[in-house]
Unconditional design. Structure first.
Length: 377
Protein backbone atom coordinates (compact mmCIF):
# COMPACT_ATOMS: atom_id res chain seq x y z
CA UNK A 1 0.00 0.00 0.00
CA UNK A 2 1.53 3.31 -1.06
CA UNK A 3 1.61 6.22 1.33
CA UNK A 4 -0.61 9.23 0.45
CA UNK A 5 1.12 12.30 -0.89
CA UNK A 6 1.21 15.25 1.50
CA UNK A 7 1.72 18.96 0.88
CA UNK A 8 5.34 20.04 0.97
CA UNK A 9 5.54 22.18 4.12
CA UNK A 10 9.20 21.71 4.86
CA UNK A 11 12.27 22.33 2.75
CA UNK A 12 14.68 19.43 2.81
CA UNK A 13 18.31 20.20 3.55
CA UNK A 14 20.69 20.43 0.61
CA UNK A 15 22.18 17.01 1.28
CA UNK A 16 18.98 15.17 2.23
CA UNK A 17 20.38 14.20 5.64
CA UNK A 18 18.20 14.14 8.75
CA UNK A 19 19.96 13.95 12.11
CA UNK A 20 18.30 12.45 15.21
CA UNK A 21 19.84 13.27 18.59
CA UNK A 22 19.38 11.51 21.93
CA UNK A 23 20.77 11.88 25.44
CA UNK A 24 24.03 10.22 24.35
CA UNK A 25 24.69 13.21 22.10
CA UNK A 26 24.55 15.67 25.00
CA UNK A 27 26.70 13.27 27.03
CA UNK A 28 29.29 13.37 24.23
CA UNK A 29 29.30 17.18 24.45
CA UNK A 30 29.91 17.04 28.21
CA UNK A 31 30.04 14.26 30.79
CA UNK A 32 28.13 16.65 33.09
CA UNK A 33 24.95 16.09 31.08
CA UNK A 34 22.81 13.29 32.55
CA UNK A 35 21.51 10.23 30.73
CA UNK A 36 17.87 9.38 31.45
CA UNK A 37 18.77 6.78 34.09
CA UNK A 38 20.96 9.30 35.91
CA UNK A 39 18.25 11.94 35.66
CA UNK A 40 15.51 9.71 37.05
CA UNK A 41 17.75 8.50 39.90
CA UNK A 42 18.40 12.10 40.96
CA UNK A 43 14.72 12.99 40.77
CA UNK A 44 13.62 9.93 42.75
CA UNK A 45 16.24 10.57 45.44
CA UNK A 46 14.87 14.09 45.86
CA UNK A 47 11.17 13.11 45.98
CA UNK A 48 11.12 9.70 47.70
CA UNK A 49 11.04 11.14 51.23
CA UNK A 50 8.08 13.42 50.54
CA UNK A 51 5.42 12.68 53.14
CA UNK A 52 2.54 13.79 50.90
CA UNK A 53 3.28 11.13 48.27
CA UNK A 54 1.30 7.93 48.73
CA UNK A 55 3.15 4.66 49.13
CA UNK A 56 1.55 3.43 45.91
CA UNK A 57 2.92 6.34 43.86
CA UNK A 58 6.29 6.16 45.61
CA UNK A 59 6.58 2.48 44.67
CA UNK A 60 5.61 3.27 41.07
CA UNK A 61 8.26 5.98 40.84
CA UNK A 62 10.89 3.58 42.12
CA UNK A 63 9.89 0.62 39.96
CA UNK A 64 9.26 2.39 36.64
CA UNK A 65 9.64 6.15 36.49
CA UNK A 66 8.14 6.49 32.99
CA UNK A 67 5.01 4.51 33.86
CA UNK A 68 4.61 6.48 37.08
CA UNK A 69 4.74 9.80 35.21
CA UNK A 70 2.22 8.50 32.70
CA UNK A 71 -0.11 7.53 35.54
CA UNK A 72 0.26 10.93 37.22
CA UNK A 73 -0.21 12.91 34.00
CA UNK A 74 -3.49 11.28 32.98
CA UNK A 75 -6.96 11.57 34.48
CA UNK A 76 -7.73 8.09 35.76
CA UNK A 77 -11.50 7.41 35.84
CA UNK A 78 -11.37 5.19 38.93
CA UNK A 79 -9.97 8.01 41.06
CA UNK A 80 -11.81 10.90 42.69
CA UNK A 81 -11.31 14.32 41.12
CA UNK A 82 -9.31 15.43 44.16
CA UNK A 83 -6.93 12.47 43.72
CA UNK A 84 -6.45 13.18 40.02
CA UNK A 85 -5.72 16.83 40.82
CA UNK A 86 -3.12 15.83 43.43
CA UNK A 87 -1.51 13.50 40.90
CA UNK A 88 -1.47 16.25 38.29
CA UNK A 89 0.16 18.65 40.77
CA UNK A 90 2.87 16.09 41.59
CA UNK A 91 3.40 15.48 37.88
CA UNK A 92 3.94 19.22 37.28
CA UNK A 93 6.36 19.35 40.23
CA UNK A 94 8.35 16.45 38.81
CA UNK A 95 8.39 18.12 35.39
CA UNK A 96 9.61 21.36 36.94
CA UNK A 97 12.37 19.48 38.75
CA UNK A 98 13.47 17.79 35.51
CA UNK A 99 13.72 21.21 33.88
CA UNK A 100 15.60 22.67 36.86
CA UNK A 101 18.22 19.88 36.84
CA UNK A 102 18.89 20.11 33.10
CA UNK A 103 18.82 23.91 33.09
CA UNK A 104 21.34 24.10 35.92
CA UNK A 105 23.68 21.67 34.22
CA UNK A 106 23.39 22.99 30.66
CA UNK A 107 23.57 26.70 31.53
CA UNK A 108 26.43 26.52 34.02
CA UNK A 109 30.18 26.67 33.49
CA UNK A 110 30.88 23.08 34.53
CA UNK A 111 29.41 21.68 31.34
CA UNK A 112 31.89 23.67 29.21
CA UNK A 113 34.95 24.04 31.45
CA UNK A 114 36.22 26.97 29.37
CA UNK A 115 34.44 29.59 27.29
CA UNK A 116 34.84 27.52 24.14
CA UNK A 117 32.64 24.59 23.13
CA UNK A 118 34.14 21.37 21.77
CA UNK A 119 35.31 22.26 18.28
CA UNK A 120 33.72 19.14 16.81
CA UNK A 121 30.33 20.47 17.99
CA UNK A 122 30.96 23.82 16.32
CA UNK A 123 32.01 21.97 13.15
CA UNK A 124 28.78 19.93 13.25
CA UNK A 125 26.60 23.01 13.74
CA UNK A 126 28.45 24.70 10.88
CA UNK A 127 27.75 21.63 8.71
CA UNK A 128 24.06 21.81 9.62
CA UNK A 129 23.98 25.56 8.95
CA UNK A 130 25.69 25.37 5.57
CA UNK A 131 23.49 22.49 4.41
CA UNK A 132 20.26 23.77 6.00
CA UNK A 133 19.93 20.38 7.67
CA UNK A 134 16.95 18.94 9.49
CA UNK A 135 17.91 18.11 13.08
CA UNK A 136 15.46 16.19 15.28
CA UNK A 137 16.30 16.07 18.96
CA UNK A 138 14.67 14.28 21.88
CA UNK A 139 16.74 16.31 24.34
CA UNK A 140 15.41 19.17 26.47
CA UNK A 141 18.71 21.02 26.88
CA UNK A 142 19.86 24.08 24.94
CA UNK A 143 23.46 23.07 24.21
CA UNK A 144 22.94 23.42 20.45
CA UNK A 145 21.20 26.79 20.72
CA UNK A 146 23.90 27.97 23.10
CA UNK A 147 26.77 27.21 20.72
CA UNK A 148 24.83 28.43 17.67
CA UNK A 149 24.30 31.82 19.35
CA UNK A 150 28.07 32.47 19.26
CA UNK A 151 30.88 31.80 16.79
CA UNK A 152 34.00 29.77 17.46
CA UNK A 153 35.92 29.23 14.24
CA UNK A 154 36.44 30.82 10.85
CA UNK A 155 34.05 28.52 8.98
CA UNK A 156 31.01 30.19 10.60
CA UNK A 157 31.27 33.93 11.03
CA UNK A 158 27.82 34.96 12.27
CA UNK A 159 25.79 33.85 15.29
CA UNK A 160 22.47 32.11 14.60
CA UNK A 161 19.55 33.64 16.57
CA UNK A 162 17.77 31.00 18.64
CA UNK A 163 14.33 31.74 17.25
CA UNK A 164 15.54 31.21 13.68
CA UNK A 165 16.26 27.51 14.12
CA UNK A 166 12.87 26.52 15.54
CA UNK A 167 10.33 25.28 12.97
CA UNK A 168 7.29 26.61 14.87
CA UNK A 169 6.24 30.08 15.98
CA UNK A 170 7.38 30.85 19.51
CA UNK A 171 7.13 34.30 21.09
CA UNK A 172 10.29 35.70 22.71
CA UNK A 173 9.60 35.98 26.43
CA UNK A 174 10.62 39.66 26.48
CA UNK A 175 7.85 40.50 23.99
CA UNK A 176 4.94 39.08 26.00
CA UNK A 177 3.54 42.58 26.50
CA UNK A 178 4.88 44.20 23.35
CA UNK A 179 3.65 41.94 20.56
CA UNK A 180 5.67 39.83 18.16
CA UNK A 181 8.33 41.49 16.04
CA UNK A 182 9.15 39.50 12.93
CA UNK A 183 12.80 38.75 12.28
CA UNK A 184 14.25 38.61 8.81
CA UNK A 185 14.54 34.85 8.19
CA UNK A 186 17.96 33.38 7.47
CA UNK A 187 18.91 30.18 5.69
CA UNK A 188 20.07 27.79 8.38
CA UNK A 189 19.27 24.41 9.90
CA UNK A 190 15.98 23.61 11.63
CA UNK A 191 15.96 22.12 15.12
CA UNK A 192 12.88 20.02 15.84
CA UNK A 193 12.65 19.62 19.63
CA UNK A 194 9.96 16.97 19.64
CA UNK A 195 9.93 16.63 23.43
CA UNK A 196 9.97 20.37 24.08
CA UNK A 197 12.76 22.36 25.68
CA UNK A 198 13.84 23.86 28.99
CA UNK A 199 13.56 27.33 27.39
CA UNK A 200 9.99 26.82 26.03
CA UNK A 201 7.03 27.80 28.22
CA UNK A 202 3.24 27.49 28.44
CA UNK A 203 0.54 27.93 31.09
CA UNK A 204 0.89 24.42 32.54
CA UNK A 205 -2.82 23.76 32.09
CA UNK A 206 -3.92 20.35 30.85
CA UNK A 207 -5.89 22.07 28.08
CA UNK A 208 -3.62 24.59 26.36
CA UNK A 209 -4.80 24.39 22.76
CA UNK A 210 -4.34 27.73 20.98
CA UNK A 211 -2.08 29.29 23.63
CA UNK A 212 0.90 31.42 22.69
CA UNK A 213 4.08 29.47 23.40
CA UNK A 214 7.07 31.44 24.64
CA UNK A 215 10.82 30.88 24.56
CA UNK A 216 13.91 32.43 26.13
CA UNK A 217 16.59 32.92 23.45
CA UNK A 218 20.21 32.01 24.06
CA UNK A 219 22.62 34.94 23.82
CA UNK A 220 26.38 35.38 23.51
CA UNK A 221 27.15 31.69 23.14
CA UNK A 222 29.16 29.89 25.80
CA UNK A 223 30.41 33.24 27.15
CA UNK A 224 26.98 33.77 28.71
CA UNK A 225 27.61 31.10 31.37
CA UNK A 226 30.80 32.82 32.49
CA UNK A 227 29.23 36.30 32.35
CA UNK A 228 26.37 35.02 34.54
CA UNK A 229 28.89 33.61 37.01
CA UNK A 230 30.33 37.12 37.29
CA UNK A 231 26.87 38.63 37.82
CA UNK A 232 26.36 39.90 34.26
CA UNK A 233 23.72 37.63 32.77
CA UNK A 234 22.44 38.98 29.41
CA UNK A 235 19.44 36.63 29.58
CA UNK A 236 18.24 37.49 33.10
CA UNK A 237 15.60 39.98 31.94
CA UNK A 238 14.13 37.44 29.52
CA UNK A 239 13.84 34.84 32.30
CA UNK A 240 11.96 37.33 34.49
CA UNK A 241 9.14 37.41 31.94
CA UNK A 242 8.22 33.73 32.32
CA UNK A 243 7.95 33.47 36.12
CA UNK A 244 4.27 32.54 35.89
CA UNK A 245 4.81 29.93 33.15
CA UNK A 246 5.64 26.22 33.14
CA UNK A 247 8.42 24.66 31.10
CA UNK A 248 7.08 22.99 27.98
CA UNK A 249 8.93 19.72 28.18
CA UNK A 250 7.36 16.35 27.46
CA UNK A 251 8.79 14.03 30.13
CA UNK A 252 9.51 10.36 29.50
CA UNK A 253 5.87 9.26 29.66
CA UNK A 254 4.49 6.42 27.58
CA UNK A 255 1.37 8.28 26.43
CA UNK A 256 2.23 11.74 25.08
CA UNK A 257 -1.16 12.50 23.50
CA UNK A 258 -2.05 15.12 26.13
CA UNK A 259 0.73 17.32 24.71
CA UNK A 260 -0.14 16.94 21.04
CA UNK A 261 -3.38 18.88 21.20
CA UNK A 262 -1.59 22.17 20.58
CA UNK A 263 -1.54 22.96 16.88
CA UNK A 264 2.09 24.18 16.88
CA UNK A 265 3.38 20.99 18.48
CA UNK A 266 1.35 18.87 16.07
CA UNK A 267 2.74 20.94 13.19
CA UNK A 268 6.29 20.37 14.40
CA UNK A 269 5.83 16.58 14.41
CA UNK A 270 4.16 16.73 10.98
CA UNK A 271 7.03 18.75 9.52
CA UNK A 272 9.59 16.39 11.05
CA UNK A 273 7.79 13.39 9.53
CA UNK A 274 7.74 15.07 6.10
CA UNK A 275 11.48 15.76 6.37
CA UNK A 276 12.17 12.07 7.05
CA UNK A 277 9.98 10.98 4.13
CA UNK A 278 12.03 13.20 1.81
CA UNK A 279 15.40 12.22 3.33
CA UNK A 280 18.14 10.29 1.59
CA UNK A 281 19.86 9.35 4.87
CA UNK A 282 19.16 9.35 8.61
CA UNK A 283 21.94 9.78 11.16
CA UNK A 284 21.09 8.86 14.75
CA UNK A 285 23.54 10.23 17.33
CA UNK A 286 23.39 8.92 20.88
CA UNK A 287 19.73 7.89 20.68
CA UNK A 288 18.75 4.58 22.26
CA UNK A 289 15.13 4.37 20.99
CA UNK A 290 13.58 3.17 24.27
CA UNK A 291 11.26 0.23 23.67
CA UNK A 292 8.58 1.87 25.80
CA UNK A 293 8.50 5.06 23.72
CA UNK A 294 5.69 3.90 21.49
CA UNK A 295 5.15 7.38 20.03
CA UNK A 296 8.69 7.66 18.65
CA UNK A 297 8.74 4.07 17.43
CA UNK A 298 5.53 4.55 15.46
CA UNK A 299 6.69 7.99 14.26
CA UNK A 300 9.90 6.56 12.77
CA UNK A 301 8.12 3.51 11.31
CA UNK A 302 5.33 5.45 9.61
CA UNK A 303 7.66 8.22 8.37
CA UNK A 304 10.04 5.84 6.58
CA UNK A 305 10.44 6.81 2.90
CA UNK A 306 9.06 4.52 0.20
CA UNK A 307 12.58 3.70 -0.89
CA UNK A 308 14.98 2.03 1.57
CA UNK A 309 17.45 4.64 2.83
CA UNK A 310 20.52 4.33 5.11
CA UNK A 311 19.94 4.74 8.84
CA UNK A 312 23.38 5.41 10.31
CA UNK A 313 23.67 4.66 14.05
CA UNK A 314 26.35 6.60 15.90
CA UNK A 315 26.29 5.35 19.47
CA UNK A 316 28.62 4.16 22.21
CA UNK A 317 27.00 0.71 22.24
CA UNK A 318 25.76 -1.66 19.51
CA UNK A 319 22.22 -0.71 18.47
CA UNK A 320 21.49 -2.25 15.04
CA UNK A 321 19.64 -5.34 16.32
CA UNK A 322 17.59 -3.25 18.74
CA UNK A 323 16.51 -0.75 16.05
CA UNK A 324 15.62 -3.59 13.67
CA UNK A 325 13.49 -5.21 16.38
CA UNK A 326 11.63 -2.03 17.36
CA UNK A 327 11.23 -0.44 13.90
CA UNK A 328 11.27 -3.51 11.67
CA UNK A 329 14.28 -4.75 9.75
CA UNK A 330 12.84 -3.62 6.39
CA UNK A 331 11.97 -0.05 7.42
CA UNK A 332 15.50 1.35 6.95
CA UNK A 333 18.96 0.10 5.98
CA UNK A 334 20.50 0.15 9.45
CA UNK A 335 24.27 0.25 9.87
CA UNK A 336 26.72 1.15 12.62
CA UNK A 337 30.37 1.87 11.89
CA UNK A 338 31.71 2.08 15.43
CA UNK A 339 30.56 1.91 19.02
CA UNK A 340 33.35 3.52 21.04
CA UNK A 341 33.04 6.45 23.46
CA UNK A 342 34.37 8.89 20.85
CA UNK A 343 32.10 7.72 18.03
CA UNK A 344 30.16 11.01 17.71
CA UNK A 345 33.13 13.41 17.36
CA UNK A 346 34.83 10.76 15.21
CA UNK A 347 31.81 10.69 12.89
CA UNK A 348 31.78 14.49 12.67
CA UNK A 349 35.44 14.57 11.67
CA UNK A 350 34.99 11.85 9.06
CA UNK A 351 31.65 12.86 7.55
CA UNK A 352 30.88 16.51 8.30
CA UNK A 353 34.19 18.27 7.57
CA UNK A 354 35.33 18.33 3.95
CA UNK A 355 38.62 20.20 4.26
CA UNK A 356 41.55 18.04 5.40
CA UNK A 357 43.24 20.94 7.18
CA UNK A 358 40.02 21.56 9.10
CA UNK A 359 39.79 17.88 9.95
CA UNK A 360 43.32 17.91 11.33
CA UNK A 361 42.59 21.08 13.31
CA UNK A 362 39.44 19.64 14.90
CA UNK A 363 41.29 16.42 15.75
CA UNK A 364 44.05 18.40 17.48
CA UNK A 365 41.56 20.55 19.40
CA UNK A 366 39.35 17.68 20.60
CA UNK A 367 39.83 16.04 23.98
CA UNK A 368 39.54 12.35 23.09
CA UNK A 369 38.33 9.99 25.78
CA UNK A 370 40.34 7.15 24.23
CA UNK A 371 44.05 7.42 23.57
CA UNK A 372 43.87 6.56 19.89
CA UNK A 373 42.71 9.65 18.00
CA UNK A 374 40.90 9.19 14.68
CA UNK A 375 42.86 9.70 11.50
CA UNK A 376 41.66 12.50 9.27
CA UNK A 377 40.30 11.24 5.98
Amino acid sequence: MTKPEEPNRVEQGKMGEVFILGAGFSKAVSSEMPLMRELTDEIFTHFKQRGDISQEVRSMLEEDFEKALTYLANENPWLRESENLRNRALYLELTHFIRAIIHKKSSGTDVWGINQPPLWLEALITHWHNNQSTVITLNYDTLIERVASGTYWRRRQKPIPTGQIYPIDLTPASLRSAGILAQEPIDTFRLFKLHGSINWFYSGQSQFYGENLFFVPCQLGVDRAFDALAGRDPESEDWQHIGDKTALIIPPILDKQIFFRHESLRSMWLQAAQAIRKATKLVSMGYSLPSGDLTMAQFLRSSAPKQLIPFQLVDASPKVDHFKTVLGKDSYAFKQEGDDVDCIPHFVVSHCINNQDDQAHVIRMTTWKKQNEPQNS
